[in-house]
Write a protein that binds this ligand. Structure first.
Ligand code: SF4
Length: 244
């Protein structure tokens, strides 16, 4: 486990909702724009916020048990909390832990929000019954350090996760991080194959300079395929606000 803390959701259509963040450490992808590099490897200890919103942290040596994580989440639970965000790193790289945790949170009546890079539809399917909201990445070619074949397989899995999530009635958000050099044809190809998700978020990579024309062109593609109500361009607001 990497860290557990309270903050505001800084991405996508749930922007500004208060959440308890449970961040897993460890992710095998290498996205050029990764903003959680400190958690790409499993960390030796977990950083726990001592009281909600206090930004006072204590460190506990890993591994934490699911029960310990639940106790910490309970400490942060409050009426103003919208949901618990299981995030990373990549939570599905620790599938048993993620599945048990999501199941326990759900059984406690908490709303569960999963953020995943969607690398495995099989693993996503294992946890899906416990998830209320799924934010699933679609990594455009050229944004992850891998071969074209690996990129195609990743995209296949991501689209399969989105399909499964929609079919199961989970509130489904497709997140596509874009760069100035993002090919419009690449986005077009993905949108053509995308199921009818609740929202598709075009997210400009933080720190990248993107032209207004490019963003409008990318938004038009998403909107044409998924509908004007579902297509949106939203940057990472927690970065803009200097929040965790
Ligand atoms: S999937 Fe997420 S955590 Fe993993 S490298 Fe990409 S941006 Fe970073």
């Amino acid at each position: 486990m990497g860290e557990i803390f309270t903050s505001l959701q800084g991405e996508g259509p749930l922007l500004g909702r208060r959440q308890v963040f449970v961040r897993f450490s460890g992710c095998s992808l290498g996205c050029s724009y990764c903003d959680t590099r400190a958690y790409l490897r499993r960390t030796e200890s977990c950083q726990l916020e001592a009281a909600p919103g206090s930004r006072m942290f204590i460190r506990i040596r890993n591994p934490l048990s699911v029960d310990m994580v639940i106790e910490c989440v309970k400490l942060h639970a409050a009426p103003e909390v919208h949901s618990v965000s299981i995030t990373g790193g990549e939570p599905l790289e620790q599938p048993e832990f993620a599945e048990t945790l999501a199941g326990e949170l759900k059984s406690l009546g908490m709303r569960v929000y999963l953020e995943t890079n969607g690398f495995s539809c099989d693993l996503f399917s294992r946890i899906a019954e416990h998830i209320d909201i799924a934010a699933i990445d679609v990594k455009l070619p050229g944004t992850v350090r891998c071969s074209r074949d690996q990129s195609d397989r990743l995209i296949e899995n991501e689209l399969a996760c989105l399909r499964r999530s929609s079919e199961m009635g989970i509130h489904t958000i497709a997140k596509v991080v874009v760069l100035q050099e993002t090919g419009e044809r690449d986005l077009e190809r993905i949108c053509r194959e995308m199921p009818s998700v609740d929202a598709i978020v075009i997210q400009p990579a933080t720190g990248q300079c993107m032209s207004e024309l490019k963003l409008l062109a990318l938004h038009s593609i998403a909107s044409r395929h998924l509908g004007a109500d579902r297509a949106m361009v939203i940057p990472q607001m927690h970065k803009a606000l200097g929040m965790m």
